[in-house]
Structures are given as structure tokens and as C-alpha cells.
Design a protein. Structure first.
Length: 128
């Protein structure tokens, strides 16, 4: 089951990462919309992070080699969801405080990191 999760994650991370790099204005608009929704929007975003994070944690709890990076991403998503649900004002303040250039750097940097992770997962799957 862990291999299946790694295959799916590699494809999804690649697509989201490329989208963050090539469609940055869309993502800026998307997260501005989340911020405009207030705590409801932040909690909605937290629900998505919770679903993805818990799926990874429960099905892919691997603590060695390259796959540990996917497990850590699952735990980071769980941490994000906890913040969104328990202290939505903090998450909202973070979304609202970013300047345009900072948003561009954050989204493109995140996109690059996701693409790199997907490539590492693919290489791991090929070599093992």
C-alpha cells in the first residue's frame, strides 16, 4: 500500500508543484479568496489539509529513506489543519499579512519543492 501512496503522491505533487510555478496568479487569487472568507475559509482549507495529511500518516508511516519526506509532509499538513481549526485567526493573519512579491516567492518556492519531492519519489520507486 505504501508504494501505491508514493506513486499517487508523486503524480499529485508534480501536478500541484508545476501549477504553483506556472499559474501563480491563480493561486494568489485562490488564497486571497480563502482569506476573504475569514475563519470559514481557513477552516475549509484546514479540512483539505486534514484529509490529505491523515491519509498519508495512516497509510504511509515510513521513517527511513526518501519516503520519510512524504511522511513528514503528511505530518506538516496535519499541523496546518490543527492551526486552521484551533486558531483560525492566526492562519488568517498569516494569509492577510503577505505582500504580493512575498506571495509569489512562497508559492513558486513551494511549487519547486513539491516538484523536487515528486522527482525524488519517482527515482526512489525506480531504484527500489
Amino acid at each position: 500500500m505504501e508504494v501505491l501512496v508514493e506513486k499517487v503522491a508523486a503524480a499529485v505533487l508534480f501536478m500541484v508543484g508545476v501549477s504553483l510555478r506556472t499559474s501563480t496568479p491563480f493561486w494568489i487569487s485562490y488564497y486571497k479568496g480563502i482569506a476573504e472568507m475569514g475563519p470559514k475559509g481557513v477552516r475549509l482549507n484546514g479540512a483539505v489539509s486534514l484529509a490529505v495529511g491523515m491519509t498519508v500518516i495512516l497509510i504511509h508511516n515510513v521513517w527511513s529513506g526518501v519516503p520519510v519526506l512524504l511522511t513528514l509532509l503528511g505530518w506538516l499538513l496535519l499541523a496546518e489543519s490543527i492551526i486552521c481549526f484551533l486558531v483560525p485567526e492566526m492562519a488568517l493573519a498569516s494569509l492577510k499579512s503577505m505582500k504580493e512579491q512575498q506571495r509569489i516567492r512562497v508559492y513558486q518556492g513551494t511549487g519547486t519543492a513539491l516538484v523536487a519531492l515528486s522527482i525524488l519519489l519517482v527515482l526512489h520507486l525506480i531504484w527500489n
